[in-house]
Write a protein that binds this ligand. Structure first.
Ligand SMILES: [Zn+2]
Length: 177
């Protein structure tokens, strides 16, 4: 037969454990929440593309209007490889508001022909990747006929002098868009 005192002790121990567990769960959830908030704010602060939009980084801008900005990719697949971004910070491409999403593709269409002509390309390829920079962007890549978009060997760091030269050409080509 079990001792009643032992039962009492076990029950009070169980209550104590439950209470401690609750405290631990609340602490755990609070920590996760604070961490996420910190991480998100840090991401916003550290967004390289927002720094380009805000002029903190003087990158190779070639065109802009009130909503969008285009600049050269420093690791191009081909000469003239550039990035079209919304000025508003939105991480995931498919979270762009409908209107901004349509306008972005319409802007890409307007830019494609002068970009193609200026770079002597056959076509302009487009690509959306996803995890490289947490700011929605569309790659616009002059293509010369092969599978350049899917050849990682093609992506290599360009020399600043080369980027500057292409920047000047493209600023001129896109100035009336
Ligand atoms: Zn951003």
């Amino acid at each position: 037969m079990a001792c009643p005192i032992l039962f009492l002790q076990n029950d009070s121990l169980t209550e104590k454990t439950k209470s401690e567990n609750k405290k631990e769960i609340v602490f755990f959830i609070t920590t996760i929440f604070l961490y996420c908030e910190f991480f998100f704010c840090k991401k916003m602060d550290e967004c390289r593309f927002c720094d380009i939009v805000n002029g903190k980084i003087n990158d190779y801008k070639i065109w802009e209007n009130d909503k969008f900005l285009v600049f050269l990719d420093a690791n191009p697949a081909n000469a003239g490889h550039c990035m079209l971004i919304p000025k508003k910070h939105i991480d995931y491409f498919f979270e762009l508001e409908d209107e901004l999403y349509y306008e972005l593709f319409f802007t890409a269409k307007k830019l494609a022909e002068p970009l193609r002509k200026a770079m002597g390309a056959k076509r302009i390829g487009i690509a959306v990747v996803g995890f490289d920079v947490p700011h929605a962007h569309l790659h616009l890549i002059p293509l010369h006929g092969s599978n350049e978009l899917f050849d990682p060997q093609k992506f290599s760091k360009a020399e600043p002098e080369e980027l500057k030269k292409i920047q000047d050409i493209l600023i001129e080509s896109l100035k009336n868009i």
